[in-house]
Design a protein around this ligand. Structure first.
Ligand code: PGA
Length: 249
């Protein structure tokens, strides 16, 4: 049985009020999926403190949106994986398409981040996905395979989650169809099973890209979709709660 997960990626949005509101809303309900919130870094400690002290049906897990590829030193503005653990993080997103494109994150930097994060004890949510141009040129599978292979050399498969996010579906309102996602996920699954026959079958595969309460259930019902990475719709507590409940046990 694979772990289902619903992860909120707030990006550069939200505030302390939203942290409190989310915990109050989400802890009151029992979900089949593990629920992870990834607010901007300044709110991580408040989130983990409040989450630990809130008694409810569900304990929210804490995740960061990024970590440094360096562990310590003269790197102004960076946050090391170990420091994220100190704030109460258990997860970290790595290789989000906005980091790859807007911040020119290279495959080498992504591989270093994955290694450092896992060594610090964090579960890595590796984000992969093709651009519209790559999809139109029939390069989707080639692109996601290359992004995956980049981290395989020394990854710990037991501490890995994959989030497939077609770049053309992120923040655009254009969701990939459940069949399109399932097709790519099935190929990712078979690649993972080839690389690691032991752990490949149990790595959670999430979909991200304009997931909303209205389309979550049909997406999550696909055989190889184990949950979602949610951007815009994770900023409203009721909407996000509805998405979390769309994962069936
Ligand atoms: P979106 O973002 O749900 O707003 O499309 C998803 C993501 O970027 O992780």
């Amino acid at each position: 049985m694979r772990q289902s997960l619903v992860i909120a990626n707030w990006k550069l949005n939200g505030d302390l009020n939203l942290v409190n509101q989310m915990i109050d809303t989400l802890s009151a309900e029992a979900f089949s999926a593990e629920v992870v919130l990834c607010p901007p870094a300044p709110y991580l400690y408040a989130l983990s403190t409040k989450s630990k002290s809130t008694k409810g049906l569900n304990q929210i897990k804490v995740g960061a949106q990024n970590c440094s590829e360096f562990n310590a030193g003269a790197y102004t503005g960076e946050i090391a994986a170990d420091m994220l653990v100190d704030t109460g993080c258990q997860y970290v997103l790595i290789g989000h398409s906005e980091r790859r494109t807007l911040f020119a994150e290279s495959e080498a930097a992504i591989a270093n981040k994955v290694r450092n994060a896992q060594q610090a004890g964090l579960k890595v949510v590796l984000c992969i996905g093709e651009t519209l141009e790559q999809r139109e040129n029939d390069q989707t599978i080639e692109v996601v395979k290359a992004q995956l292979s980049n981290v395989f050399e020394d990854v710990d498969f037991t501490q890995l989650v994959i989030a497939y996010e077609p770049v053309w579906a992120i923040g655009t309102g254009k969701t990939a169809s459940p069949e399109q996602v399932q097709q790519v996920h099935a190929q990712i699954r078979s690649m993972l099973e080839q690389v690691s026959p032991e752990w490949g079958p149990s790595i959670p595969l999430l979909y991200g890209g304009s997931v909303k309460a209205e389309n979550a259930e049909v997406l999550f019902a696909q055989a190889d979709i184990d949950g979602g990475l949610i951007g815009g719709a994770s900023l409203k507590a009721d909407q996000f709660r509805a998405i979390c409940s769309a994962v069936k046990g």
